[in-house]
Each structure stands twice: as C-alpha cells, then as structure tokens.
Design a protein around this ligand. Structure first.
Ligand SMILES: Nc1ncnc2c1ncn2[C@@H]1O[C@H](COP(=O)(O)OP(=O)(O)O)[C@@H](O)[C@H]1O
Ligand SMILES: [Mg+2]
Length: 377
C-alpha cells in the first residue's frame, strides 16, 4: 500500500482537484484506490456526489457517540475507486485532538491496521497546517505539494516543509515530497517566468508532469464527478493521467532496483535547524489552533437542596468526574464548558439521578428512550 498525501496550506491551489483526479486515473490503471477526504469542507466528497452519514470524524474521534471503523464508512465511487468521506464535524477534531497524547499519529495507527486492502491511499488535506494535516503527513511516506505558477504561490511552503522535517525529527518518520505545478496557463509569459522560479527553488523535487488550466476540471467537479467520467479526451484528463503514470513508473523503478533508490528526495533537516524544532512546531500549531475558536457555554441548574450535580454530555464523554462537576453558587449549580462549533447532547446528574435540563426546550430522544438536552454552538 502506497500512501500519498496532497497538502499545501494555501486554499484553492488544486489539492482536491489533484487528489480526486489522480485517484480516478490510478484506478483506471487497475490500481485499487482509496481517497480519504480529510478536509472538513468536504470538497472531494461533495465533488464526487457522495452523501455521507458517517465520515472520517466518526473514525478519528474518541468523543463521538457514533464511533466507526474505517471500513464501515467507505463508499464506492467507481471501479477500483473508493472514498472515505468527510463532513463538517471533522473541524471539531482539531480541538479534540489538541490535548491528546499521540495526537499526530491517530490516522497512521488506523491505516496501519488497514494495510494491504488498497494499492494506493490518497489523502486530501484541509487548507491549513493543523492536526488533520499533521496526521496526514504522519500517515504517509510521500507528499504531493500542488503549486500554482503565480506570484506568492511558493511563499508559505517553508512552513509546510518545516512541518515535514519536524515530523521526521520528532516521530522518526521519513517523509518525502514533490512539487506539482498546477493551473499552468501557457498563454501567459508570466507562467513561464514563475515556472523557472519554482524549478530553481525545488530542482529535483518536482514532477515532470505539469497540470494546465482546463475549465473541464472545474466543470467535472461542479457536475459531481471526476475528469475521466466527464471528458476522457480533454487536457485535464491527459495531465492527470500523465501524473498517475509518473507515480506508477516510480513504483516500477523501485521494484526493479535491488536497493531501492528513493523516488523523491528526502526532506533533510540540518543539525543547526533541529534546535528548537519542537518549539517551532508548537508555534505553528498554536497559530493554527487559534483558528478553531471555542465558545464558552454556561450550563446551570436550580437545585438548592442537591448535594452534588454533574453536567455530562458528548463534550466530556458522558463522564461524571472533575471535568463535569458543577459548582454551587447561591443555590444554582454552574459549569462553564468551552466548545468548538457543533451540536452537543447533555444531561444533568443530580445526586446520582440523570435528568434533563428543565430550562432547555431543545431536546432529542436517546437510545435509552430518555431525552437528552441539546446545545448548538
Ligand atoms: N487545472 C485547473 N484548471 C482549472 N480549474 C482548476 C484547476 N485546478 C483546480 N481548479 C479549480 O480551482 C478551484 C480550487 O481548486 P481545489 O482543487 O478545490 O483547491 P484546494 O483543494 O487546494 O482548495 C476549484 O474550483 C477547481 O475546480
Ligand atoms: Mg480542497
């Protein structure tokens, strides 16, 4: 199984288009492909017209009520081509994972159990360097970095390369990457100037294939399909097919070479750069996590005679412990919880008895035939 991540923290630079159409072309080459949509915006899932009840959130979250195995969320896109869909709730995972030990390796652990079922696993990342992207990089050996041949396109790539070096250094995991020039407009002289700049910056760490601007790629996405289904003979198909052949050739070369030469150049971390790597990773993570804002919610219960009250819900794994214990202030029991955007169920536990929040009109039936109170953040 070859696991390839498509990553670049810049939005709209062709990650999803590459992940979807490369998967389709590899599948067309008789390789069994799983596309994992790891972006909460779910563009790969939506762009392939997949309706998902369960998503990668249910696979990766430890807090959800509805934990699922990877194999149970997978849906078929076409011959040899499956998808593990995303959903918007996946955004909550950044926050959930932030306090956990082994948080960078959750996806890797899941994929290791899943080994051999596919020839290729292609992971589509969100447009940031948060824990989802870090999980994808950790789970993978090769990264494709799509880069547009335009000004500012390569700014910020240093951060992505830093993250790869950090993962290599901290988790002892070798990651290699190659830059893929996308959205190349051969009518513009400027494109060629930028291409030269990218070649100078990345030298051997580039694919020979270049993906040209082709409106059919956009149209295919809007029609809920991939480029092979939409127009087999257009430039977009030709380009992504060529990319798939380039990857397949590297696979063949590696198999034929007794001592396998790395197909792509390894990210090397200079000794002096290793100083403060951990601190750098924490800095990048801190900036990224700040984007996943938490909202403070006050839960209250009037129960002057109660001895102890807890507020337990899916935000604290329904536990009655220090984290869910409410404080009594003038006869009112109070607990502040900080939550990322989402919908949460909870109940109060008053002197050992589970009750609904009497002041909250929003509720829903739970599997035990009782009512859970609901909050929307
Ligand atoms: N080579 C291309 N030619 C024309 N449009 C493209 C091309 N690559 C991507 N697009 C369009 O650009 C937009 C952003 O691409 P997308 O792959 O979703 O970026 P990302 O996943 O990095 O945010 C989409 O509407 C997509 O259809
Ligand atoms: Mg995308």
């Amino acid at each position: 199984m070859r696991i390839i991540t498509v990553a670049n923290q810049k939005g709209g630079c062709g990650k999803t288009t590459t992940a979807v159409n490369l998967s389709a072309c590899l599948a067309d080459n008789n390789k069994k492909v799983l596309l994992i949509d790891l972006d909460p915006q779910s563009h790969a899932t939506l762009g392939l017209n997949i309706k998902a009840d369960l998503s990668m959130y249910n696979v990766l979250s430890k807090l959800t009520h509805r934990k699922a195995k990877l194999e149970s969320i997978i849906q078929r896109v076409g011959d040899n081509f499956d998808i593990a869909p995303s959903s918007v709730v996946l955004s909550a995972l950044e926050q959930e994972l932030s306090g956990e030990i082994g948080r960078e390796s959750r996806l890797w652990e899941i994929l290791m159990d899943f080994a051999k079922a596919y020839d290729y696993v292609i992971i589509d990342c969100p447009p940031n360097l948060g824990l989802l992207t870090i999980n994808a990089i950790r789970a993978t050996d090769e990264i494709i970095v799509p880069v547009e041949a335009s000004r500012f396109a390569i700014e910020g790539l240093g951060q992505l390369i830093d993250i790869m070096s950090l993962i290599q250094d901290r988790l002892n995991h070798v990651v290699t990457y190659r830059v893929l020039v996308v959205n190349f407009d051969s009518r513009l002289r400027h494109s060629f100037t930028m291409l030269e700049k990218i070649k100078t910056a990345f030298k051997a760490k580039m694919f020979s294939t270049i993906i040209h601007v082709n409106v059919k790629l956009k149209e295919a996405q809007n029609e809920g399909t991939h480029i092979l289904n939409y127009d087999k003979y257009c430039r977009g198909t030709k380009d992504y097919y060529s990319l798939s052949r380039e990857l397949l050739t590297a696979e063949r070369d590696a198999a034929e070479t007794p001592v396998a030469a790395p197909a792509v150049e390894t990210v090397k971390t200079e000794k002096k750069e290793q100083v403060n790597l951990k601190q750098r990773m924490e800095e990048i993570l801190k900036d990224e996590l700040a984007k996943f804002q938490l909202t403070e919610v006050d839960l209250t219960l009037q129960a002057p005679d109660a001895q102890n009250v807890y507020a337990a819900g899916d935000f604290n794994n329904w536990k009655t412990d220090d984290t869910s214990m409410m404080q009594k202030v003038d006869g009112t029991w109070k607990l502040k919880v900080s939550l990322p955007a989402g919908r949460y169920r909870y109940r109060f536990v008053k002197d050992g008895e589970w009750i609904e929040d009497p002041t909250n009109k929003n509720h829903a039936l739970n599997p035990y035939g009782q009512m859970d109170s609901l909050i929307e953040v």
